[in-house]
Ligand binder design. Structure first.
Ligand code: NAD
Length: 330
């Protein structure tokens, strides 16, 4: 039986992987993250199954290869935490490209609705029998303009949701899909004309800090920024400064650029050392969630199903349709 080492395992992962395994694989669930400190644990395993905040740098890749690992099965869509160049030709990598675009897109709209209609404040008030609604004024989303950056699977579902609200959609994508009939514009126009901006592109060298001081300076003062993609898309320091100076309306963040140290864990007793995250969390017009946009029953089931399919295909020697490959681009 092939042996799988799963890192950063949470109870909800185990439920779905145990349910769909059918005793095909011997899975060892490690709670800790895969890092240079833990990579020695991969010795003797055929597959390593990792997630978004495992730190799979060159050293980890090389050590896994030395330890005899044959496949890195990412149980997520993004792979910006993997040194795919280092793995090229040495270690096969598979991912789960789509497990529920609805889960993430619906969550993005949830963040927007909460932020705009101040549901987080209302919830806290009524729990203390404070039924005063002063300060809870939002705006109609109907008729407003939403700028969507990245019109892939999640971006498209989000566009449909926004259209259901009667919003005008502006789109930006490095590869515009003209069959979608979207109003594609350049980034400057999107920044300038949007009341809401939602990020749905991957984190790459090109998109790193796509929302920076300069981008924010072009936005409307009441603009809401929603990020359910990857934290590195936003320069958090620039975002914090803009929020403090009231140069934008607010932010709904399911991801944060330095999230790996904190997200998915309970830090309520010891607190956090990241001053930017602490200040952002304390702002009334910021909602931070802990990378949970994917967290639906359907998504978890699909993640386990496709991860098993990837492993089955790899060991059967069939084509690995969800392979992640390094492409040299100068
Ligand atoms: P996708 O590959 O279907 O779509 C990504 C889109 O971004 C593509 O259309 C691509 O052309 C575009 N893009 C690439 N580079 C770009 C650039 N430089 N500028 C503008 N657009 C660019 O991916 P998806 O399934 O829609 O997922 C989008 C992102 O959502 C993922 O990369 C991942 O980081 C994130 N995600 C987050 C969660 C969560 O729980 N918060 C869950 C799943 C995915």
């Amino acid at each position: 039986m092939k042996k799988v080492a799963m890192f950063d395992t949470k109870p909800y992962d185990k439920i779905w992987f145990d349910r769909l395994n059918d005793d095909r694989y011997e899975i060892h669930y490690f709670e800790g993250k895969l890092t240079t400190d833990t990579v020695s644990l991969t010795k003797g395993y055929d597959v390593v199954c990792a997630f978004v905040n495992d730190d799979i740098d060159k050293e980890v890749v090389e050590q896994m290869c030395e330890n005899g690992v044959k496949l890195l099965a990412m149980r997520c869509a993004g792979y910006s935490n993997v040194d795919i160049k280092a793995a090229s030709g040495k270690l096969k990598i598979a991912r789960v490209p789509a497990y529920s675009p609805y889960a993430v897109a619906e969550f993005a709209m949830g963040l927007l609705l909460t932020l705009n209609r101040k549901l987080h404040k209302a919830y806290n008030r009524t729990r203390e029998y404070n039924f005063n609604i002063n300060g809870l004024t939002g705006m109609d989303l109907y008729g407003k303009t939403v700028g969507v950056i990245g019109t892939g699977k999640i971006g498209q579902v989000f566009v449909n949701i926004c259209r259901g609200f009667g919003m005008r959609v502006l789109a930006y994508d490095i590869f515009p899909n003209n069959s979608l009939g979207y109003e594609y514009v350049d980034l400057d126009t999107l920044f300038r004309d949007s009341d809401v901006i939602s990020l749905h592109c991957p984190l790459t060298e090109q998109t790193n800090h796509i929302i920076d001081e300069d981008a924010i300076s072009k936005m409307k003062e009441h603009c809401y920024i929603i990020n359910t993609s990857r934290g590195g898309l936003i320069d958090s320091r620039a975002l914090l400064d803009a929020l403090r100076e009231r140069r934008i309306g607010g932010a709904g963040l399911d991801v944060y650029e330095e999230e790996a140290e904190f997200f998915f864990e309970d830090h309520s007793e010891k607190g956090i050392t990241d001053a930017t995250l602490a200040l952002l969390s304390a702002m009334p017009n910021v909602i931070i969630t802990s990378h949970q946009a994917f967290l639906t029953e359907e998504a978890l089931s699909n993640i386990a199903k496709v991860t098993f399919e990837n492993m089955d295909a790899f060991f059967a020697g069939s084509s690995l349709v969800n392979e992640v490959q390094y492409t040299y681009n100068g």
